[in-house]
Design a protein around this ligand. Structure first.
Ligand code: TA6
Length: 287
């Protein structure tokens, strides 16, 4: 995505503008350290390019930017649950309109804060009062932190994922490592060597993954480190050809240049008592 080409709606500071992408409002950061774009719809990072390096985030060439469905690519914010724990799949945060709360900047980078709170509509889907904040720290690295606060009067159970789609040169030449000694696939636990390559669909939860997992993107001659906190597993996903062909918002060969490595609480196991907070984060470090 060529973030610099998007039409500008408002200039907020030296480094931050609001621009437009089809129907969506996008917060754009153009800083000496990096360029990034974050959609208010979904609180969704669309792009992150450290200066002098290649784009780190994959975006589908057929992504839907109308605001009618979740965006395919980027960093979908799956919350308050991961996957099909309830309806809608991956929760409602990724299809909600977030509010730009604050932006701060200095020579090191820019911090963007977006917020989301419960509404009559969210309480129908999930009967809890909450406040969620997304902090996006754009510098040489990108750190995304999702801070969930229980603002209600009863306990709530949350899960979720920062479902990052990484841009890689060729899935056949990609390895993800530091994944720990087991994975869960279709509900079954299996032993793991701690590393995976890709020769077909991969959709696995690695509950023992290290705090930093490594993507070797050999075709681009680079290594991307993904440092996670507040998670209880890392989800690794590539849909491969048949599933890609079945997705209206993904090109048939889109699977060749993406891999998801997601900082996840995959099982809704975080309990927040009234007033309590939880932070789930992921940091993208491109070597
Ligand atoms: O994180 C992996 C996963 O849960 C897969 O099972 C796959 O369905 C993917 O997310 C994408 O989900 P989506 O709802 O965006 O099509």
């Amino acid at each position: 995505m060529d973030v610099k080409q998007l039409p500008t709606l408002a200039v907020l500071s030296d480094y931050v503008t609001v621009c437009e992408l089809d129907g969506l409002k996008v917060v754009r950061v153009i800083h000496p350290k990096a360029t990034a774009a974050i959609s208010l719809f979904g609180g969704h990072v669309l792009s992150f390019t450290p200066t002098g390096k290649k784009e780190t985030i994959w975006m589908s060439g057929k992504a839907d930017f109308t605001g009618n469905k979740a965006i395919r690519g980027g960093i979908p914010v799956c919350w308050p649950w991961f996957g099909k724990a309830a309806e809608p799949s991956h929760g409602f945060a990724r299809t909600s309109e977030w509010t730009l709360n604050e932006h701060r900047e200095n020579d090191e980078g820019v911090i963007i804060s977006l917020t989301l709170s419960d509404t009559a509509e969210t309480r129908v889907i999930w009967p809890h009062a909450f406040h969620a904040e997304l902090l996006m720290e754009v510098s040489d690295t990108l750190k995304v932190s999702l801070v969930s606060t229980n603002t209600g009067e009863s306990a709530m159970q949350i899960g979720g994922a920062l479902h990052t789609y990484f841009n890689i040169g060729d899935i056949h030449q990609t390895t993800v490592s530091e994944l720990g000694n087991e994975y869960i696939e279709a509900g079954e636990r299996k032993p793991s060597t701690g590393k995976t390559t890709f020769e077909g669909e991969v959709d696995r939860i690695y509950p023992q993954a290290a705090d930093t997992v490594i993507i070797e993107d050999a075709a681009n001659q680079r290594r991307i480190e993904v440092s996670n906190q507040g998670n209880n597993g890392v989800v690794v996903w590539n849909p491969w050809q048949t599933l890609a062909e079945g997705m209206a918002d993904m090109e048939d060969d889109g699977f060749l240049t993406m891999v998801c490595a997601e900082s996840a609480v995959y099982d809704r196991s975080v309990t927040l008592q009234p007033g309590e907070k939880h932070t789930l984060s992921t940091e993208v470090i491109c070597k």
